[in-house]
Design a protein around this ligand. Structure first.
Ligand code: TYD
Length: 206
């Protein structure tokens, strides 16, 4: 596999899509073919799964929820990401398996290690070359989101303690795999964040 797989992680409202847009523009200007991807909902099947996972009202058992994210992920990796990497493209993806470990693990019902193993099974072991973690106090992320939120979102409705656990889980994942992660303070200006990301991506592109 010759391409480059970059994932963006962070709480809701941490600015992942802004950074993804700017990085895409920069890479394309340098002649790279870029594929933008996302989970959940990066494929046609994924959009149907996303509707269920995020917008269906009522209880979903934790293992069922974890498997729905994993089902979305399996299809996205098999049909979008792996083909792009095999062509030699750069894939920039909004959320990947670290989201599952951080969010589904933060529910305190599932073992984070098992959640990770399910994702690795789903994706035949694909790990990103680089994962950018936009670290943000969840209270700040919530303020940024409130203006734009129009639909009922089961996860965003979770209490703030849950989002604190998600943040802590992300930081622990980054500490465990420092070579894969770039951790950035998401309150920094957009341009400063983008400059740090470009430095790291440049080094990977050699
Ligand atoms: P996303 O579409 O990235 O929306 P946002 O703009 O809020 O970041 O993600 C939707 C939600 O899905 C988000 O609250 C995190 C959650 N999620 C998980 O719980 N597990 C996962 O594996 C993924 C990919 C997302």
């Amino acid at each position: 596999m010759t391409g480059l797989f970059i994932t963006l992680e962070g709480g809701d409202g941490s600015g992942k899509s802004t950074q993804m847009g700017a990085l895409t523009e920069w890479l394309e200007a340098r002649g790279h073919a870029v594929v933008q991807a996302r989970e959940p909902g990066g494929t046609e099947l994924g959009l149907e799964l996303r509707e269920i996972i995020l917008h269906r009202r009522g209880y979903i058992a934790p293992r069922s929820e974890a498997l729905l994210y994993a089902a979305d992920r399996a299809h996205n990796i098999a049909t979008v990401v792996r083909p792009a990497l095999e062509r030699g493209d750069v894939v920039i993806q909004d959320r990947y398996l670290d989201s599952s470990v951080a969010y589904q693990g933060a529910g305190r019902v599932l073992d984070p290690t098992e959640v990770r193993e399910v994702s690795l099974w789903a994706t035949e072991g694909l790990l990103p070359h680089l994962t950018v973690l936009l670290d943000l106090d969840p209270a700040v992320g919530r303020e940024r989101l409130d203006a734009s939120r129009t639909r009922y979102d089961r996860l965003e409705a979770e209490e703030s303690a849950f989002h604190e656990r998600v943040r802590a889980a992300y930081l622990a994942l980054a500490a465990a795999e420092p070579a894969r992660f770039l951790v950035l303070d998401a309150t920094l200006p957009v341009d400063a964040l983008q400059a740090s990301i470009r430095d790291r991506v440049s080094a990977l592109l050699g």
